[in-house]
Ligand binder design. Structure first.
Ligand code: FAS
Ligand code: PHB
Length: 394
């Protein structure tokens, strides 16, 4: 079996890349370890930057996002019972974000790929990548116990943090940068109306909390919890009780609780691999980097990687040029590190770090008070949150 681009992973990175290549007439086959149902069962990101929304439109899958997504022009910061709105629209000359769950993005991409009759191997076992440092890379895997080999020109490693592609690169060829945070995010999804029309990021003495949403009738909440916590320890009632303690009075009064549709604990880390290209194999999305979700950057950085990679591959096949391929890693990493920095900074600002002593809480309070009385301070939050332009600082 042969294709032009073998894509490993059918998460948002792999599916979006497949769709953009298809629109350009380039053949790509996706090999995914899990079933489609399992991929859709994962509850992840919720905020799309304009760059990501534009890319979904370019891929021809933006219709439902525009119909069902919630346009947000601001969010609230709450700490010590002080709630202040960061006015994204005013501070960035009109930029906004769209609240539309990653699950729905993935569903839209899956449906478009299925409608186009494009080849996707789900439930693939023992996926391995070979000879990506030669001009004849290939992928081997098994489906229903039958061994398959996919010969290709390029391999796109869109297989997430725990994937096989980065793991297949000789250690001497990569530099990895990592910071693991001493807490996790306990997330709960419920069919209850959101507590506020926009997001509320909370720095409470009891820990960080986030009030997010998926629609006018479906909410997504997060609580900072110790890394030692297990999701089984947290009943729905315990979750709602703890959330109430971290909200201010107006939000407590508006909070509508209900049974959880999903509950999980995600660890938080900052992680970057350098470089992101290894001969004819490229890493994109979580395969190459991870951010703490505080800044809502994970999915959006994955989308910009895919923008750079799809443009490079289209340039290679259509214009027979390799400038995009040769600069892929450098262009992605410039944007990745900006997203990493903002996500780290926002995490440091909004979470409790008891191990760093009371002085850290005082630093946080001083920084929050400065930010909320400084147009410049709020503008730095706003322009990073809505996403810097793709060519920023180029
Ligand atoms: P993904 O991990 O989504 O997809 C990789 C795909 O590759 C998966 O389907 C996997 O099954 C497959 N795969 C893995 N190994 C394979 C192999 N050997 N062979 C074939 N396929 C293989 N971001 C936010 O902005 N906000 C959030 O709140 C948020 N919450 C998150 C919670 C969790 C638990 C995690 C893990 C991430 C979260 N993220 C969040 C980040 C998340 O949204 C990612 O940025 C996004 O999923 C990136 O998409 P992909 O790069 O496609 O990686
Ligand atoms: C979400 O809705 O899942 C979400 C929103 C904003 C974040 C993180 C997660 O910063």
């Amino acid at each position: 079996m042969r294709t032009q681009v073998a894509i490993i992973g059918a998460g948002p990175s792999g599916l979006l890349l497949g769709q953009l290549l298809f629109k350009a007439g380039i053949d790509a086959v996706i090999v995914e370890r899990q079933s489609a149902q399992h991929v859709l069962s994962r509850i992840r990101a919720g905020i799309l930057e304009q760059v990501t929304a534009d890319l979904l439109d370019e891929a021809g899958v933006g219709r439902r996002m525009h119909e069902e997504g919630l346009v947000h022009t601001g969010f609230d910061l709450l700490w010590h019972d002080q709630r202040n709105r960061i006015d994204l629209g005013r501070l960035t000359g009109g930029s906004k974000v769209i609240c539309y769950g990653q699950t729905e993005v993935t569903r839209d991409l899956m449906q478009a790929r299925g409608a186009a009759g494009l080849k996707t191997f789900y439930s693939a076992a023992n996926v391995a990548v070979h000879d990506f440092d030669t001009a004849q890379p290939r992928v081997s895997f098994e489906v229903d116990g039958v061994a398959q080999t996919l010969e290709c020109d390029f391999i796109a490693g869109c297989d997430g943090f725990h994937g096989v592609c980065r793991a297949s690169v000789p250690r001497a060829a990569v530099r990895e940068f990592e910071r693991v945070y001493p807490f996790g995010w306990l997330g709960l999804l419920s069919d209850t109306p959101p507590v506020h029309h926009e997001l509320i990021y909370i720095n409470s003495r009891r820990g960080f909390a986030l009030c997010s949403q998926r629609s006018l009738t479906r909410s997504r909440y997060y609580l900072q919890v110790p890394l030692s916590d297990k999701v089984e320890q947290w009943s729905d009632e315990a979750f709602w009780d703890e959330l109430r303690l971290r909200l201010d009075e107006p939000a407590r009064e508006r909070l509508v609780t209900g049974p959880s549709l999903e509950k999980s604990i995600a660890p938080l880390r900052s992680f970057v691999t350098e470089p992101l290209r290894f001969g004819r194999m490229f890493l994109a999305g979580d395969a190459g980097h991870i951010v703490p979700p505080t800044g809502a950057k994970g999915l959006n950085l994955a989308a910009s990687d895919v923008k750079y990679l799809s443009s490079a591959l289209i340039e290679y096949y259509v214009e027979h040029a390799s400038a995009g391929i040769d600069t892929y890693s450098e262009r992605c990493l410039r944007r990745i590190w900006r997203g990493e920095r903002f996500s780290w900074w926002f995490t440091q600002l909004m979470h409790q770090f008891p191990e760093q002593g009371e002085i850290h809480a005082r630093f946080q309070q001083a920084e929050l008070e400065y930010l909320l009385h400084s147009e410049a301070g709020q503008r730095t939050i706003a322009e990073n949150y809505v996403g810097l332009p793709l060519d920023f600082g180029a």
